[in-house]
Ligand binder design. Structure first.
Ligand SMILES: Cc1cc2nc3c(=O)[nH]c(=O)nc-3n(C[C@H](O)[C@H](O)[C@H](O)COP(=O)(O)OP(=O)(O)OC[C@H]3O[C@@H](n4cnc5c(N)ncnc54)[C@H](O)[C@@H]3O)c2cc1C
Length: 453
């Protein structure tokens, strides 16, 4: 009888497994694919170092920093260049820098004079009832508090960049709970944010979030954890049956055509929602889960393009550029990857990572490589003055990239929480329930491990 079997070797499951191993517990981690870390995959090719999935880890709190240190990765850590603070949003077909100071906010071309006056009124707008606020979409909330233009040219591109999502579908309470709390507790976004900042200072819990990666790319993190887990990590292993008896859980999985069996007091399930729903659960769990709502997971294409530096007119002095859906480019946005971290492109070259698809461009989910290349080259030509063909390209398509915290999310999460309450030793984590950023998944794994032992 083991202490725990973790199902799913993405960053949440790996973190949970690692923390349990550190406590000296007996565990196994089962991962369907042949590599650890889910979408966290880096590739070195032709002198370029690209990310197939996430590009940066935004450190959410000091624990994650200590975790990276404990893994022995501090000397491989790369801080994002200070340039990363500068972000562009496309307006009238051109990238415009997002204002970073009060003076820039007054003078920026990103918003009209009328919109700027509208923002000033935000603290004086009445808040809505908590009940109404519970189910409000991001779009409705932003329109109500800040106006249509702020929705179109700040929040819409931001939501494209973070969720590849649609603000008309995401529920504020689920997708941006902090922002919802600002209005609920502080009466307005601005007042709530100021109160929040003051409280954190007073409590000594302020923390300046920073974007990081590693010398050999982000996959250094899952690879290092995988190495530490050693033969406790079962790659290429598909769960074929889960059963329960008085002592705990019996899990059967298949690797290379052979069946293996494990018994554990706890199972920690860190899978995408569809995978959770279709696992071979015992009845009545299976029936319960099959009837649960589906979270939308839009497709996203990540296209890494290498250019000679002199082919790009733009200074590439920032994190990247995001495209509001109102604007004509077809891409979601472009990251200036080689401006963010050193060693991403050979001397005299640059690496750009173009994101295409998402919830608002579902029509591009099945676009071919040629179509995607044509879209990227057209849009980079207009936005960044890219000329000629890229000298390097690599496409990764994620048919189900990121869970959307839409109206289905609340009932979904409740079903998982009810199952945890009904079945001892059953725990759920990962991005289908605990937040969609890498940092949130790391904390989800940590929190799961703290429940056991
Ligand atoms: C294109 C893209 C760009 C992104 N960019 C960023 C970014 O820049 N910054 C950021 O913070 N986040 C980013 N994210 C989000 C972030 O990468 C994920 O939210 C995070 O890695 C999720 O980790 P997880 O462990 O919760 O889930 P996952 O990584 O999805 O882990 C689930 C694991 O379960 C495995 N699995 C599935 N079915 C089974 C089964 N039946 N049995 C066993 N194993 C199974 C899967 O193979 C997978 O490894 C991005 C995501 C994508 C796709």
């Amino acid at each position: 009888m083991q202490d725990a079997i973790v199902i799913g070797g993405g960053i949440s499951g790996l973190t949970a497994g690692h923390q349990l191993q550190q406590k000296g517990l007996d565990i196994s981690v089962l991962e369907k694919s042949l590599h650890p870390g889910g979408p966290i995959q880096s590739l070195e090719q032709n002198g370029f170092l690209l990310e197939k999935g996430p590009n940066s880890l935004l450190l959410p709190d000091p624990w994650v920093e200590r975790f990276i240190d404990d893994l022995g990765l501090s000397d491989k850590l790369q801080e994002a260049s200070p340039l990363a603070n500068k972000r562009y949003i496309v307006r009238r077909g051109r990238p415009v820098a997002v204002p970073m100071s009060a003076l820039q906010a007054v003078t920026t071309r990103l918003f009209s004079f009328k919109a700027k006056l509208g923002f000033l009124g935000e603290p004086f707008r009445r808040k809505i009832s908590d009940k109404k606020g519970d189910s409000e979409t991001v779009a409705r909330f932003v329109r109500r508090r800040m106006g249509q233009e702020f929705l179109d040219y700040a929040i819409n591109p931001f939501v494209n960049g973070v969720y590849a999502g649609d603000p008309n579908e995401l529920i504020l309470e689920y997708a941006f709970p902090l922002m919802r709390g600002f209005e609920r507790d502080g009466g307005s976004i601005i007042k709530g944010a100021l109160q929040y900042r003051k409280r954190r200072k007073r409590e000594g819990t302020s923390y300046k979030k920073r974007s990081i990666s590693f010398e050999n790319g982000l996959h250094t993190l899952p690879k290092t954890i995988a190495r530490k887990l050693g033969n406790r990590l079962w790659l290429g292993s598909s769960v074929v049956a889960i059963n329960r008896n008085d002592q705990g859980w019996q899990v059967t999985w298949k690797r290379d055509g052979e069946n293996f069996e494990g018994f554990a007091k706890n199972i920690l399930v860190c899978l995408p929602s569809q995978a959770i729903k279709t696992l071979a659960w015992p009845q009545p769990m299976a029936e319960h889960l099959q009837a649960s709502p589906d979270l939308p997971y839009p497709a996203v294409h990540s296209l890494a393009l290498g250019y000679r530096r002199d082919q790009i007119a733009h200074p590439l002095d920032g994190f990247g550029a995001l495209v509001p859906s109102k604007e004509s480019p077809d891409i979601l946005g472009v990251l200036f990857s080689s401006s963010l971290y050193p060693g991403r492109a050979p001397e005299g070259h640059c690496l750009l990572t173009v994101m295409i698809g998402g919830r608002q461009r579902a029509d591009l989910a099945e676009a071919s490589q040629d179509e995607l290349m044509a879209i990227a080259e057209k849009d980079l030509g207009t936005l960044l003055g890219a000329s000629g063909e890229p000298c390097f390209s690599h496409l990764t398509s994620w048919p189900q990239a990121i869970p959307q915290y839409t109206k289905e999310f609340g009932p979904w999460k409740q079903i998982l929480r009810d199952l945890e309450a009904d079945y001892s030793g059953l725990h759920f984590g990962g991005n289908s329930i605990d937040g969609i950023a890498m940092g949130a998944s790391i904390l989800s794994g940590k929190n799961l491990a703290e429940k056991i032992g």
